[in-house]
Ligand binder design. Structure first.
Ligand code: AMX
Length: 424
């Protein structure tokens, strides 16, 4: 089987042909209409972008290149990145090729550590991660190719080069930020013999004698990897990339979006909420106590973190996969049990509340409980874990966009006056 680069080189002309054919023969077909409410409501449900890496049917949840996530819970991080980029799972040789390529690029240059050390000690871990990504921008091969006048249809190659470097360094950066920010001791160097997720767990300092913890990190990386093109981080990354900004600029922008409490930061908010419940009731509350606590949260005008979704209308399969992992390996853990009890109670409360269109849990409702179990109790760090995985989605979308020569994005905005005149 071909390695990642060769596979893309074979498939890109086919994908380009398919897009060209659609645009030429069906370009005037209407695929979506926009109501005034949608224009004012975050463009929810408006079909106005193309993204091939993954899709989220509201009644099924995440499909990676057409495969339901529930069928992919045993694969490696390398497998999922390869699948996102090419639409195929790699064979052993292609997987090893990608593993070695990422391992070769995993060392982070010293100037990045100096930038991180200069930040205030209480910086949010996402601010540290994002700053580190941006700091590396001067190494972009894409900028070099652009400045050298490389033709537009070859841009994807230098974009892939940058994305491999960025993805390889993400786990090194993220692990070092964990150790630096939370006083866990000196940085641990990457081990070139390990695969991506084992290496990440090793650098975090949680895996050496605990293969189960390393397996949890693998699952974490697989489950968070992508969620189609319209979510805040993916869309921001792809929007910035559409101006031909390089991967360091684009991914850093996407990570800023992931840092919002309604998006990636929800996992930190979520575990915080779970711990508040535990602390208030001194352990596992009764269903009735939990119901009251949920209502208190809602009545104070706050959301229940980890519940609801802009697209999904069923329980997130990523939540189910995390919950199953927790139940299988440490079902008696207090936090895991609490997450289960919240799942028994909160959907009915949200239905009764009557606002959220989706009362079911999303990925963030369970992910923190696993990290907590393995001693990673610093929940402001959790979005960094999410990021290491989600950059696989952002990068595969950037490569795909450059391969498809996607144009600069520019939707049209309208004024209140325009809307008033329009409805007259
Ligand atoms: N608790 C309380 N109210 C909620 C709610 C929840 N979990 N989810 C939605 N609602 C409310 C919204 O705030 C909104 O209220 P408003 O009309 O007063 O503004 C109303 O229900 C309708 O919202 P919606 O159409 O169902 O959701 P949305 O598409 O506007 O927002 C989301 C989606 C995820 C931001 C929202 O469900 C939410 O805030 N959930 C909690 C935070 C969270 O878990 N975020 C993580 C999402 C996954 C991710 O990106 N990591």
């Amino acid at each position: 089987m071909a390695n990642l680069f060769e596979s893309l080189e074979q498939q890109i002309p086919v994908w380009r042909g398919q897009l060209k054919d659609l645009a030429k023969n069906h370009g005037d077909k209407v695929i979506s209409e926009v109501t005034l409410a949608q224009a004012m409501g975050g463009a929810r449900g408006v079909k106005s972008m193309v993204c091939d890496t993954s899709e989220v049917p509201p009644d099924q949840g995440l499909l990676i290149r057409g495969t339901p996530l529930a069928e992919l819970t045993d694969v490696s991080a390398e497998d999922i990145f390869y699948l996102l980029c090419t639409g195929e799972l790699p064979d052993d040789a292609a997987r090893e090729n990608l593993r070695a390529e990422l391992a070769r690029r995993a060392v982070v240059p010293d100037y990045v550590w100096q930038v991180l050390e200069a930040l205030p000690k209480n910086s949010h871990p996402m601010c540290m991660l994002d700053t580190a990504v941006l700091a590396m921008q001067g190494e972009s091969k894409f900028v070099e190719a652009y400045n050298a006048g490389v033709s537009k249809d070859e841009f994807w190659k230098s974009m892939l080069d940058d994305c491999l470097t960025l993805q390889a360094r993400m786990s090194t950066l993220a692990a070092a930020i964990y150790r630096m920010r939370f006083d866990k001791g000196p940085r641990i160097d990457p081990n070139p013999d390990y695969d991506y997720s084992h290496n990440f767990a090793h650098m975090l300092g949680i895996a050496e004698d605990n293969p189960e913890a390393a397996d949890m990190i693998r699952l974490y990386l697989v489950l968070h990897c992508d969620h189609e093109g319209g979510n805040v981080s993916a869309h921001t990354c792809s929007l910035v990339g559409s101006a031909l900004s390089d991967a360091f600029y684009s991914v850093s922008a996407g990570l800023n979006g992931l840092s919002g409490p309604l998006h990636g930061l929800a996992n930190q908010e979520c575990l915080n909420w779970v711990l508040q419940v535990r602390d208030k009731f001194g352990g596992l509350p009764s269903e009735e106590q939990l119901r009251e606590f949920a209502w208190e949260t809602l009545n104070s005008g706050r959301v229940i973190p980890g519940y609801g979704h802009a697209v999904l209308r069923v329980t997130d399969p990523r939540f189910t996969a995390f919950k199953d992992f927790g139940m299988k390996h440490f079902g008696d853990d207090e936090i895991v049990q609490l997450v289960g009890r919240i799942f028994d109670v909160v959907p009915d409360v949200l239905k009764e509340h009557g606002k959220a269109k989706n009362p079911w849990p999303n990925v963030d409702a369970a992910s923190g409980s696993l990290l907590h179990h393995y001693g990673m109790t610093e929940f402001p760090y959790y979005t960094v874990m999410f990021s290491v995985s989600r950059v696989m989605g952002m990068c595969s979308q950037l490569v795909w966009n450059r391969a498809m020569m996607a144009p600069i994005e520019r939707p049209k905005s309208v004024t209140i006056k325009w809307l008033q005149e329009f409805v007259k």
